[in-house]
Design a protein around this ligand. Structure first.
Ligand code: PEP
Ligand code: MN
Length: 674
C-alpha cells in the first residue's frame, strides 16, 4: 500500500504566509509601505527554474537582499515564485541572469498587491467557517437595513434555511436623501449580534465612517464598504487597519482599475482579506436602477487573485430582475452573491422594491444548486453544519477529522472532497478505492469519498461491490460535472500527437472524439491528473493526456477543449463513513438486497415502495460473485429509511428479501422544507 500523503489545498495562499518573519514581518503591507516610501520603486516577479533547491533559493534571496531588494516567497500554483520590491530599476534580463531564475516579469499595473501577477493562486477569504473564493458558492442574504429585532430574526431564519451562509443588514445606511431612514446604529449592530448567536450566520454590515471602527471590531464579521464610499480613502485605510474581512463594493461610476486601486489601499494597510463586489454601475440606462456589469467578473478574475461576488439587488433595483441576474452571475464565474431578502418588503424602510420574498430566494437557491456544478462549484445547503463535524478532535477520540480519497491532488475525487467538505479539511490520498474503504473501516479517516456512477458510462462497479463487502455507511453525496480537455506540452499541436494517456473512464467518456483519431495509441493511466503530470514531465509533443487540466494551472497547452461525448457528463460520488453522521436533512436512502429465486419476488419488494408512495431514483442489479446468475439489487430511494416512522417499511423489506443491507440515509443536497 502506498503511504497515504497528507496534503492541504491552498487557502489564501501567499497573502498570509511569509516564510521568513524577518523579511516581511507583517505580510504584504510591509512591502508596500516600503514601496510607497520609494520614488520610482518597482515590483517584479521572479519565476524560479524547475527543481530549485531550498539552498539555491536561500542563496538567491541573499543576493537580492544584498542589492537592496525586499523579497517575498509566493506560493505559485505550479512554479516557485519570488516577489521582489526594488528601488533602482533593473531590466528583467538582469534578474534572468541570476542563478535559479527562469523568468522575470515586471508588474506593470498600478495596483501591485491585488494583482494576479504577484499572486497567481486565487485567494480564499475566511469568515469563520465560510471560505469565499473556494469550491462552494457563498450566498450572503438579508434585509437592506436592520429595522427591528423580530423582522431581522425572521429574515435570518428564512435565509439560513434556504442555504445562505452569511447575513447582511445595514445599521448605518448611507442614503441619497438626508430625510430617509439612516439605520439603527449600535442598536442595529446588537440585533445582528443576536442573529449570529442564534443562527450561526456571520454578519456583513456597512461601515460609513472611520469613527465606527470600534463598533465594527465588536459586532461584525465582514465590514462592507458601500459603493458611495469606494473612494473614501480615509475609510479604506481605516478598514485596512481593522484586520477583518472587507466587502468592497464597486463605486457608482468607478472603472475596474479605480476599484482595484481602492482594494490596493486596503491591502497596503496590511489587510489582505478583501472581497470585491460588483453591484452595478451608472449608465445612461434608467430602466433598471443601475447596469449590472457582469463582464467585471471574468475581468476581475484575470486581473486579481481576490474573490468577487455580485449584488444583483442594487444592480437591478427591481425584485423580478434579481434572480435572472443572480443566476447569470454564477454562470459567469462569481464566487458568490449578496442578495436583499425581506419577509414584508412592502413595509421595508429601505430598498423594499428590490428585496426578494423568502420563497423567491428559496427558488433562486434551488436554481443555483443546479447551475453551480456546471461551472465547477457547489451550492452546499449543509455548509455551516458540516463545519462543526470536521473540527479537529481530541487524540484517541473516534476517527480523525480527515477525508480520504483515491488518486492524486487535482483528480476528480480530490475535487469532490473539496466540494463536499471545503478546502480546509485535512485530506489523505491513497492508490485504490479498496484502500479508501479500508482506511475508513479502520478509522484512520472519518470519511472517504468514492465515485459510484457517471451519467455517460454508468456505474463504477468496483465501488458498488465494495459497498456490499465493507460494513460502512453512506453519509452524503456530491455530483461533479466532468469536463475533459486534450492537454499537450506547451507548443504541441494536435497533428503531432501519437499517444494519449488517461483513465479508462475518461477514454470512454470521450469515445466519439477518440474515434475520429483512430491512429492514436490510448494508454490507460491510474487517473487523469497523473496522466497530465506524466505528459508534462515527458515534454514530448507526441504525447497528450485527457483530463480537466487548464493551461495556466497545468503549465501545458489545451489542444482541444471539451472533448467528452456529451457535455452533460456528471459523476456522482458518495461519502462513506464507519459511524459518523453529517447533519442536515436526510431525504435519500440507499439499500442493497437479494430476493429468492421465484416468480414475482422482486415485484413484491417493489410493491412495498409503490404502496408507501416512495420514489425509486435508481435500481441496479449486480451479480453475486460466488453464485452465478444470482443478483443483488442496489436501490436508491427518495426517503429517510432510518426515520422511526419508516421502521415498518424496513421490517417488511427485511421479511420479503433473502439478504438486506441498509447503506444509509443522507442529504441529496436540496433542502427539504421542514
Ligand atoms: C447596501 O448594500 O445596502 C448598499 C447601500 O449598497 P451599495 O453601497 O452598493 O449601494
Ligand atoms: Mn440596500
Amino acid at each position: 500500500m502506498n503511504k497515504p500523503r497528507v496534503e492541504r489545498k491552498h487557502s489564501s495562499g501567499a497573502c498570509q504566509t511569509f516564510k521568513n518573519p524577518e523579511e516581511f514581518s507583517s505580510g504584504f503591507f510591509f512591502a508596500v509601505n516600503f514601496l510607497r516610501k520609494l520614488t520610482g520603486g518597482f515590483v517584479m516577479i521572479l519565476v524560479l527554474a524547475q527543481g530549485t533547491s531550498r539552498q539555491d533559493l536561500e542563496r538567491l534571496k541573499e543576493i537580492l537582499r544584498s542589492e537592496g531588494h525586499m523579497v517575498k516567497e509566493i506560493g505559485g500554483v505550479e512554479d516557485q515564485v519570488l516577489g521582489i520590491v526594488g528601488k533602482n530599476y533593473k531590466e528583467a534580463s538582469y534578474y534572468e541572469s541570476l542563478p535559479g531564475v527562469q523568468k522575470a516579469v515586471p508588474i506593470s499595473k498600478p495596483y501591485k498587491l491585488v494583482s494576479r501577477e504577484l499572486h497567481p493562486a486565487p485567494s480564499v477569504i475566511k469568515v469563520g467557517d465560510v471560505a469565499i473564493g473556494g469550491d462552494r458558492l457563498v450566498v450572503i442574504a438579508g434585509p437592506c437595513g436592520v429595522e427591528g429585532k423580530k423582522t431581522t430574526m425572521d429574515i435570518a431564519r428564512e435565509v439560513r434555511r434556504h442555504g445562505a451562509v452569511l447575513f447582511r443588514g445595514g445599521a448605518f445606511k448611507p442614503r441619497t436623501s438626508p430625510y430617509a431612514f439612516q439605520g439603527m446604529g449600535e442598536e442595529g449592530l446588537k440585533i445582528l449580534r443576536e442573529v449570529r448567536e442564534e443562527t450561526g450566520l456571520g454578519i456583513v454590515t456597512e461601515m460609513t465612517s472611520p469613527g465606527q471602527a470600534d463598533l465594527m471590531m465588536k459586532y461584525v464579521d465582514v465590514v462592507q464598504i458601500g459603493a458611495r464610499n469606494m473612494q473614501n480613502f480615509e475609510l479604506l485605510k481605516s478598514v485596512g487597519r481593522i484586520g477583518k474581512p472587507v466587502l468592497l463594493k464597486r463605486g457608482l461610476s468607478a472603472t475596474i482599475e479605480e476599484w482595484l486601486m481602492s482594494a490596493e489601499y486596503i491591502l497596503s494597510e496590511g489587510n489582505d482579506q478583501v472581497i470585491l463586489c460588483e453591484r452595478g454601475i451608472r449608465t445612461f440606462e434608467r430602466y433598471t436602477r443601475n447596469t449590472l456589469d457582469l463582464t467585471a467578473v471574468p475581468v476581475i478574475k484575470k486581473l486579481t487573485h481576490l474573490p468577487i461576488i455580485v449584488d444583483p439587488s442594487h444592480a437591478t433595483g427591481r425584485r423580478e430582475k434579481v434572480s435572472p441576474m443572480a443566476r447569470a452571475a454564477i454562470a459567469a464565474g462569481a464566487d458568490g452573491l449578496i442578495i436583499e431578502v425581506h419577509t414584508d418588503p412592502d413595509k421595508a424602510l429601505s430598498d423594499g422594491p428590490q428585496s426578494l420574498y423568502p420563497q423567491q430566494f428559496e427558488q433562486l437557491m434551488r436554481d443555483l444548486y443546479v447551475i453551480a456544478p456546471v461551472v465547477g462549484k457547489q451550492l452546499d445547503y449543509a455548509y455551516l453544519d458540516k463545519a462543526e463535524i470536521m473540527k479537529p478532535r481530541p487524540e484517541g477520540h473516534r476517527a480523525p477529522a480527515t477525508v480520504v480519497y483515491s488518486g492524486v491532488p487535482g483528480s476528480f475525487s480530490h475535487k469532490a472532497c473539496l466540494q463536499f467538505f471545503g478546502g480546509e479539511v485535512p485530506l489523505n490520498n491513497c492508490a485504490s478505492f479498496k484502500e479508501v474503504f479500508e482506511m475508513v473501516e479502520s478509522e484512520q479517516a472519518a470519511f472517504g469519498v468514492v465515485p459510484v456512477e457517471n451519467s455517460l458510462t454508468g456505474s463504477i462497479h468496483e465501488n458498488y461491490d465494495l459497498l456490499l463487502d465493507y460494513d460502512l455507511k453512506i453519509a452524503g453525496e456530491v455530483t461533479l460535472r466532468i469536463k475533459h480537455n486534450l492537454m499537450g506540452v506547451a507548443n504541441a499541436r494536435t497533428e503531432e500527437v501519437k499517444r494519449v494517456y488517461s483513465h479508462p473512464q475518461a477514454f470512454q467518456q470521450c469515445r466519439e472524439y477518440l474515434e475520429k483519431n483512430p491512429g492514436w495509441d490510448l494508454v490507460a493511466y491510474k487517473d487523469t491528473a497523473s496522466a497530465i503530470q506524466r505528459v508534462k514531465e515527458s515534454a514530448d509533443p507526441g504525447e497528450a493526456a485527457i483530463g480537466e487540466g487548464s493551461e495556466p494551472l497545468a503549465g501545458m497547452a489545451v489542444l482541444k477543449e471539451g472533448i467528452e461525448t456529451n457535455p452533460r457528463n456528471f459523476t456522482r460520488f458518495v461519502v462513506i463513513t464507519r459511524n459518523e453522521s453529517i447533519p442536515g436533512p436526510r431525504n435519500k436512502s440507499s439499500i442493497i438486497y437479494s430476493v429468492s429465486d421465484k416468480p414475482g419476488a422482486l415485484f413484491e419488494t417493489l410493491g412495498i415502495f409503490a404502496a408507501n408512495n416512495i420514489n425509486i431514483v435508481k435500481l441496479e442489479s449486480r451479480p453475486i460473485h460466488s453464485r452465478p446468475w444470482v443478483y443483488m439489487f442496489y436501490v436508491d430511494l427518495e426517503m429517510d429509511m432510518a426515520e422511526e416512522g419508516n421502521k415498518a417499511i424496513m421490517d417488511e423489506l427485511i421479511e420479503k428479501t433473502e439478504f438486506f443491507k441498509f447503506l444509509g440515509s443522507y442529504n441529496k443536497g436540496l433542502q427539504e422544507k421542514p
